[in-house]
Design a protein around this ligand. Structure first.
Ligand SMILES: C[S@@+](CC[C@H](N)C(=O)[O-])C[C@H]1O[C@@H](n2cnc3c(N)ncnc32)[C@H](O)[C@@H]1O
Length: 287
Protein backbone atom coordinates (compact mmCIF):
# COMPACT_ATOMS: atom_id res chain seq x y z
CA UNK A 1 0.00 0.00 0.00
CA UNK A 2 1.27 3.55 -0.57
CA UNK A 3 3.40 4.94 2.21
CA UNK A 4 2.58 8.35 3.63
CA UNK A 5 5.39 10.64 4.61
CA UNK A 6 5.57 11.81 8.23
CA UNK A 7 4.10 15.26 7.60
CA UNK A 8 1.01 13.73 5.98
CA UNK A 9 0.74 11.28 8.85
CA UNK A 10 0.72 13.90 11.61
CA UNK A 11 -1.65 16.12 9.63
CA UNK A 12 -4.43 13.52 9.54
CA UNK A 13 -4.18 12.05 13.05
CA UNK A 14 -6.80 13.95 15.04
CA UNK A 15 -5.10 16.04 17.69
CA UNK A 16 -7.68 14.91 20.22
CA UNK A 17 -7.23 11.15 19.64
CA UNK A 18 -4.96 10.81 22.65
CA UNK A 19 -7.30 12.70 25.01
CA UNK A 20 -10.43 10.91 23.86
CA UNK A 21 -8.77 7.51 24.19
CA UNK A 22 -7.48 8.47 27.64
CA UNK A 23 -10.97 9.50 28.79
CA UNK A 24 -12.40 6.23 27.46
CA UNK A 25 -9.82 4.12 29.33
CA UNK A 26 -10.02 6.15 32.55
CA UNK A 27 -13.79 5.71 32.67
CA UNK A 28 -13.66 1.97 31.90
CA UNK A 29 -10.94 1.01 34.40
CA UNK A 30 -13.12 0.82 37.58
CA UNK A 31 -15.81 -1.14 35.71
CA UNK A 32 -13.18 -3.55 34.39
CA UNK A 33 -11.90 -4.06 37.94
CA UNK A 34 -15.46 -5.11 38.92
CA UNK A 35 -15.99 -7.26 35.81
CA UNK A 36 -16.01 -11.04 36.13
CA UNK A 37 -13.80 -11.28 33.01
CA UNK A 38 -10.77 -9.63 34.65
CA UNK A 39 -11.05 -11.91 37.72
CA UNK A 40 -9.82 -9.36 40.29
CA UNK A 41 -11.45 -11.21 43.21
CA UNK A 42 -9.75 -14.43 42.10
CA UNK A 43 -6.35 -12.70 42.47
CA UNK A 44 -7.31 -11.63 46.01
CA UNK A 45 -8.72 -15.03 47.04
CA UNK A 46 -5.87 -17.13 45.63
CA UNK A 47 -2.26 -15.86 45.89
CA UNK A 48 -1.23 -18.27 43.12
CA UNK A 49 -3.95 -17.31 40.65
CA UNK A 50 -2.70 -16.20 37.21
CA UNK A 51 -4.63 -14.43 34.43
CA UNK A 52 -5.71 -16.58 31.50
CA UNK A 53 -3.47 -14.45 29.26
CA UNK A 54 -0.31 -15.20 31.23
CA UNK A 55 -1.33 -18.84 31.75
CA UNK A 56 -1.48 -19.17 27.95
CA UNK A 57 1.90 -17.43 27.54
CA UNK A 58 3.70 -19.23 30.40
CA UNK A 59 5.24 -22.10 28.38
CA UNK A 60 6.98 -19.61 26.06
CA UNK A 61 7.88 -17.16 28.82
CA UNK A 62 9.87 -19.84 30.66
CA UNK A 63 11.40 -19.29 34.08
CA UNK A 64 10.89 -15.65 35.08
CA UNK A 65 12.66 -15.86 38.43
CA UNK A 66 14.63 -12.66 38.94
CA UNK A 67 13.77 -11.32 35.49
CA UNK A 68 13.35 -7.53 35.42
CA UNK A 69 10.31 -6.81 33.23
CA UNK A 70 8.18 -3.93 32.01
CA UNK A 71 4.57 -4.41 30.92
CA UNK A 72 3.62 -1.73 28.40
CA UNK A 73 -0.07 -0.68 28.45
CA UNK A 74 -0.69 -2.75 31.57
CA UNK A 75 -4.28 -1.49 32.16
CA UNK A 76 -5.55 -2.68 35.60
CA UNK A 77 -2.45 -4.80 36.13
CA UNK A 78 -3.86 -8.34 36.11
CA UNK A 79 -1.27 -9.63 33.62
CA UNK A 80 1.50 -7.55 35.26
CA UNK A 81 0.71 -9.11 38.63
CA UNK A 82 0.59 -12.58 37.05
CA UNK A 83 4.10 -12.10 35.63
CA UNK A 84 5.27 -10.98 39.09
CA UNK A 85 3.68 -14.10 40.57
CA UNK A 86 5.84 -16.15 38.19
CA UNK A 87 8.93 -14.54 39.74
CA UNK A 88 9.57 -11.45 37.60
CA UNK A 89 10.28 -8.06 39.15
CA UNK A 90 7.70 -6.03 37.23
CA UNK A 91 7.01 -2.42 36.29
CA UNK A 92 3.62 -1.70 34.71
CA UNK A 93 3.22 1.32 32.44
CA UNK A 94 0.01 2.88 31.16
CA UNK A 95 -1.24 6.39 30.30
CA UNK A 96 -4.48 5.92 32.25
CA UNK A 97 -4.23 7.10 35.86
CA UNK A 98 -7.53 5.37 36.71
CA UNK A 99 -6.21 2.07 35.33
CA UNK A 100 -3.07 2.42 37.43
CA UNK A 101 -5.10 3.27 40.55
CA UNK A 102 -6.94 -0.05 40.11
CA UNK A 103 -3.67 -1.85 39.37
CA UNK A 104 -1.94 -0.43 42.48
CA UNK A 105 -4.91 -1.29 44.70
CA UNK A 106 -4.85 -4.88 43.38
CA UNK A 107 -1.10 -5.18 43.89
CA UNK A 108 -1.44 -3.88 47.48
CA UNK A 109 -4.35 -6.20 48.27
CA UNK A 110 -3.28 -9.35 46.48
CA UNK A 111 0.49 -9.02 46.02
CA UNK A 112 3.20 -9.19 44.97
CA UNK A 113 4.50 -5.62 44.82
CA UNK A 114 4.56 -4.10 41.37
CA UNK A 115 5.66 -0.58 40.49
CA UNK A 116 3.24 1.31 38.23
CA UNK A 117 4.25 4.29 36.08
CA UNK A 118 1.89 6.67 34.26
CA UNK A 119 3.12 7.55 30.79
CA UNK A 120 2.31 7.61 27.10
CA UNK A 121 3.98 4.46 25.80
CA UNK A 122 5.88 6.54 23.24
CA UNK A 123 7.50 8.44 26.15
CA UNK A 124 8.44 5.31 28.13
CA UNK A 125 12.20 5.73 27.75
CA UNK A 126 11.99 9.37 28.88
CA UNK A 127 9.97 8.45 31.96
CA UNK A 128 11.97 5.35 32.89
CA UNK A 129 15.31 7.15 32.37
CA UNK A 130 18.31 4.90 31.95
CA UNK A 131 16.55 1.81 33.28
CA UNK A 132 16.64 -1.17 30.87
CA UNK A 133 14.76 -4.48 31.13
CA UNK A 134 15.27 -8.20 30.48
CA UNK A 135 11.64 -8.48 29.30
CA UNK A 136 9.26 -6.11 27.53
CA UNK A 137 5.76 -7.64 27.65
CA UNK A 138 2.68 -6.27 25.91
CA UNK A 139 -0.40 -7.12 23.89
CA UNK A 140 -4.07 -8.22 23.92
CA UNK A 141 -5.45 -4.96 22.66
CA UNK A 142 -2.42 -2.70 23.16
CA UNK A 143 -0.84 -1.87 19.77
CA UNK A 144 -4.18 -0.92 18.18
CA UNK A 145 -4.27 2.31 20.27
CA UNK A 146 -1.00 3.53 18.74
CA UNK A 147 -0.84 5.33 15.39
CA UNK A 148 2.69 4.28 14.41
CA UNK A 149 4.01 0.76 14.97
CA UNK A 150 7.54 1.71 13.92
CA UNK A 151 7.77 4.33 16.65
CA UNK A 152 6.45 1.79 19.17
CA UNK A 153 8.98 -0.87 18.07
CA UNK A 154 11.85 1.56 18.63
CA UNK A 155 10.61 2.22 22.18
CA UNK A 156 10.35 -1.53 22.87
CA UNK A 157 13.90 -2.04 21.56
CA UNK A 158 15.30 0.87 23.55
CA UNK A 159 13.79 -0.46 26.80
CA UNK A 160 15.64 -3.78 26.53
CA UNK A 161 19.10 -4.72 27.73
CA UNK A 162 21.21 -6.42 25.04
CA UNK A 163 19.94 -10.01 24.94
CA UNK A 164 16.61 -8.94 26.47
CA UNK A 165 13.32 -10.29 25.06
CA UNK A 166 10.25 -8.61 23.62
CA UNK A 167 7.16 -10.79 24.15
CA UNK A 168 3.91 -9.86 22.43
CA UNK A 169 0.69 -11.78 22.21
CA UNK A 170 -1.67 -9.51 20.35
CA UNK A 171 -4.98 -9.47 18.54
CA UNK A 172 -4.28 -10.53 14.96
CA UNK A 173 -4.62 -7.72 12.39
CA UNK A 174 -7.05 -9.94 10.43
CA UNK A 175 -9.29 -10.09 13.51
CA UNK A 176 -9.22 -6.28 13.87
CA UNK A 177 -10.23 -6.00 10.19
CA UNK A 178 -13.48 -7.97 10.74
CA UNK A 179 -16.77 -6.12 11.37
CA UNK A 180 -17.89 -7.79 14.60
CA UNK A 181 -21.45 -6.42 14.29
CA UNK A 182 -22.24 -8.49 11.17
CA UNK A 183 -24.33 -11.62 11.72
CA UNK A 184 -23.43 -14.79 9.87
CA UNK A 185 -20.41 -14.44 7.58
CA UNK A 186 -17.05 -13.01 8.57
CA UNK A 187 -16.91 -9.64 6.82
CA UNK A 188 -13.64 -7.76 6.31
CA UNK A 189 -14.68 -4.13 6.66
CA UNK A 190 -11.86 -2.30 8.48
CA UNK A 191 -8.28 -1.61 7.36
CA UNK A 192 -5.79 -4.44 7.62
CA UNK A 193 -2.79 -2.16 7.01
CA UNK A 194 -1.70 0.76 9.16
CA UNK A 195 -3.44 3.87 7.87
CA UNK A 196 -2.72 7.48 8.82
CA UNK A 197 -6.41 7.98 9.59
CA UNK A 198 -7.71 6.08 12.63
CA UNK A 199 -10.88 4.02 12.81
CA UNK A 200 -13.09 6.16 15.06
CA UNK A 201 -15.67 4.24 17.05
CA UNK A 202 -18.67 5.37 19.12
CA UNK A 203 -19.44 2.71 21.71
CA UNK A 204 -20.77 3.20 25.24
CA UNK A 205 -19.88 -0.35 26.34
CA UNK A 206 -16.75 -2.46 26.56
CA UNK A 207 -15.17 -5.54 25.00
CA UNK A 208 -16.33 -7.66 27.92
CA UNK A 209 -19.54 -7.65 30.00
CA UNK A 210 -19.64 -4.74 32.47
CA UNK A 211 -22.29 -3.44 34.89
CA UNK A 212 -22.59 0.07 33.40
CA UNK A 213 -22.44 2.20 30.27
CA UNK A 214 -19.89 4.94 29.63
CA UNK A 215 -20.15 8.63 28.74
CA UNK A 216 -16.71 8.58 27.07
CA UNK A 217 -17.88 6.67 24.01
CA UNK A 218 -15.51 7.81 21.26
CA UNK A 219 -12.19 6.06 20.68
CA UNK A 220 -9.61 5.98 17.90
CA UNK A 221 -7.62 2.92 16.84
CA UNK A 222 -5.19 1.81 14.14
CA UNK A 223 -4.49 -1.59 12.69
CA UNK A 224 -0.93 -2.75 11.95
CA UNK A 225 -0.46 -5.51 9.39
CA UNK A 226 1.51 -8.51 10.57
CA UNK A 227 4.41 -7.80 8.20
CA UNK A 228 4.38 -4.11 9.20
CA UNK A 229 4.78 -5.11 12.85
CA UNK A 230 7.42 -7.76 12.18
CA UNK A 231 9.45 -5.43 9.92
CA UNK A 232 9.15 -2.56 12.41
CA UNK A 233 10.72 -4.84 15.02
CA UNK A 234 13.42 -6.22 12.70
CA UNK A 235 14.32 -2.72 11.50
CA UNK A 236 15.31 -1.77 15.06
CA UNK A 237 18.02 -4.46 14.85
CA UNK A 238 16.16 -7.00 16.99
CA UNK A 239 16.19 -10.66 15.93
CA UNK A 240 12.99 -12.68 15.63
CA UNK A 241 12.80 -15.86 17.72
CA UNK A 242 9.17 -16.99 17.46
CA UNK A 243 6.12 -16.00 15.40
CA UNK A 244 2.92 -18.01 15.93
CA UNK A 245 -0.64 -17.43 14.75
CA UNK A 246 -3.43 -18.77 16.98
CA UNK A 247 -7.04 -19.74 16.30
CA UNK A 248 -8.05 -18.41 19.74
CA UNK A 249 -8.14 -15.21 21.77
CA UNK A 250 -8.76 -14.54 25.46
CA UNK A 251 -12.01 -12.56 25.06
CA UNK A 252 -15.20 -12.93 23.03
CA UNK A 253 -13.94 -10.82 20.14
CA UNK A 254 -16.74 -11.76 17.71
CA UNK A 255 -19.88 -12.01 19.88
CA UNK A 256 -22.32 -14.71 18.82
CA UNK A 257 -19.73 -16.50 16.67
CA UNK A 258 -17.47 -17.87 19.40
CA UNK A 259 -17.34 -20.50 22.08
CA UNK A 260 -15.20 -20.44 25.26
CA UNK A 261 -12.88 -23.33 26.06
CA UNK A 262 -11.77 -24.59 29.47
CA UNK A 263 -8.46 -22.76 28.92
CA UNK A 264 -10.26 -19.37 29.01
CA UNK A 265 -9.69 -18.94 25.25
CA UNK A 266 -12.45 -18.15 22.74
CA UNK A 267 -12.57 -19.86 19.34
CA UNK A 268 -14.88 -19.58 16.33
CA UNK A 269 -17.83 -21.93 16.77
CA UNK A 270 -17.64 -22.91 13.10
CA UNK A 271 -14.70 -23.04 10.71
CA UNK A 272 -12.02 -21.92 13.15
CA UNK A 273 -9.37 -22.65 10.51
CA UNK A 274 -10.60 -19.62 8.53
CA UNK A 275 -9.17 -16.84 10.67
CA UNK A 276 -6.16 -16.24 12.94
CA UNK A 277 -7.39 -14.46 16.08
CA UNK A 278 -4.13 -13.70 17.89
CA UNK A 279 -0.40 -14.03 17.32
CA UNK A 280 2.61 -14.47 19.58
CA UNK A 281 5.89 -12.83 18.67
CA UNK A 282 9.16 -13.11 20.54
CA UNK A 283 12.27 -11.17 19.51
CA UNK A 284 15.49 -10.23 21.29
CA UNK A 285 17.74 -7.19 21.29
CA UNK A 286 21.15 -8.01 19.90
CA UNK A 287 23.32 -5.14 21.23
C1 LIG B 1 -6.97 -3.51 26.37
S1 LIG B 1 -5.80 -2.74 27.45
C2 LIG B 1 -4.47 -3.82 27.11
C3 LIG B 1 -3.86 -4.35 28.38
C4 LIG B 1 -4.15 -5.77 28.75
N1 LIG B 1 -4.03 -6.65 27.65
C5 LIG B 1 -5.49 -5.88 29.39
O1 LIG B 1 -6.47 -6.25 28.71
O2 LIG B 1 -5.60 -5.63 30.58
C6 LIG B 1 -5.22 -1.27 26.59
C7 LIG B 1 -4.46 -0.34 27.52
O3 LIG B 1 -3.68 0.55 26.70
C8 LIG B 1 -3.62 1.78 27.39
N2 LIG B 1 -3.19 2.81 26.41
C9 LIG B 1 -3.84 3.20 25.28
N3 LIG B 1 -3.11 4.13 24.62
C10 LIG B 1 -1.97 4.32 25.35
C11 LIG B 1 -0.83 5.13 25.18
N4 LIG B 1 -0.71 5.97 24.14
N5 LIG B 1 0.15 5.06 26.11
C12 LIG B 1 0.04 4.24 27.19
N6 LIG B 1 -1.03 3.45 27.41
C13 LIG B 1 -2.03 3.47 26.49
C14 LIG B 1 -5.02 1.98 27.94
O4 LIG B 1 -5.04 2.90 29.02
C15 LIG B 1 -5.35 0.56 28.39
O5 LIG B 1 -5.06 0.38 29.75
Amino acid sequence: MPKEDDSTRSAVIPQDYYLENLQAWDERAPAHARAEGYGVTRFIDDPEYLSDVVTFDAPLLGDLTGVRGVHLQCHIGTDTLSLARLGAEMVGLDFSGESLAQASALSEQAGPDVEFIQSDVYAATDVLGTERFDLVFTGIGALCWLPDVRRWAQVAHDLLVPGGTLHIREGHPMLWAIDESMDGALVVDYPYFETPKPVTDEHDGSYLPVDTTFAAARSHSWNHGLAETVMAILNTGMELDILLEHDSCPWEALPGKMVAGPDGEWRLTEGRERLPLTYTLRAHRVD
